[in-house]
Write a new protein. Structure first.
Length: 166
């Protein structure tokens, strides 16, 4: 960058990402912080993986995607238990954004079964929410852990998919 102060800021941000990174099971895990936020938070992880792709580290970012999305189990792909929908939607974002940034349509085709699993999980959650038509969340999603569970299981609308077809 032409401005040395901005370049220094950018360099320090990149350094922080690498300093918080770990290798687990042979894969790079881009942690969101070095201390109390140690652990992969799916939303923050998505943005870190995107930043790594912008830095020309697309393959390294791709290797970190499995940390955000487990192999589909019962139609769910998110590691954080109780995050009913936020995680699934972010997994779709990670897969789509990575494919867009890398232009690798072959990789996207290879991950398409995961995309279908995630969409299926979202549809099932919406169907589950319709069990009680009087509930505030009817037709959206069941109560869950918004923002990683800060307030526990509650009805919330930050991750609702009311605009998606049933």
């Amino acid at each position: 960058m032409p401005d040395p102060a901005l370049q220094g800021l950018l360099d320090s941000c990149i350094r922080n990402i690498y300093q918080a990174r770990e290798i687990k099971d042979g894969l790079p895990i881009f942690q969101v912080g070095p201390t109390c936020y140690r652990g992969l938070w799916v939303v923050d992880g998505a943005f870190i993986l995107e930043a790594m792709t912008y830095l020309g580290r697309g393959q390294e970012a791709r290797a970190g995607i499995p940390a955000s999305a487990d192999p589909p189990e019962a139609g769910r792909v998110v590691r954080h238990p109780g995050q009913l929908l936020e995680g699934e939607r972010i997994v779709l974002y990670i897969l789509t954004r990575h494919a867009l940034l890398t232009g690798d349509t072959a990789w996207l085709k290879a991950t398409w079964p995961t995309v279908k699993q995630v969409v299926g999980a979202i549809k099932r959650l919406r169907q589950e929410s319709r069990k009680n038509p009087a509930a505030l969340e009817a037709g959206l999603i069941p109560p869950g852990f918004p923002d990683g569970g800060i307030d526990g299981v509650i009805p919330e609308y930050t991750t609702s998919t009311g605009a998606w077809p049933a």
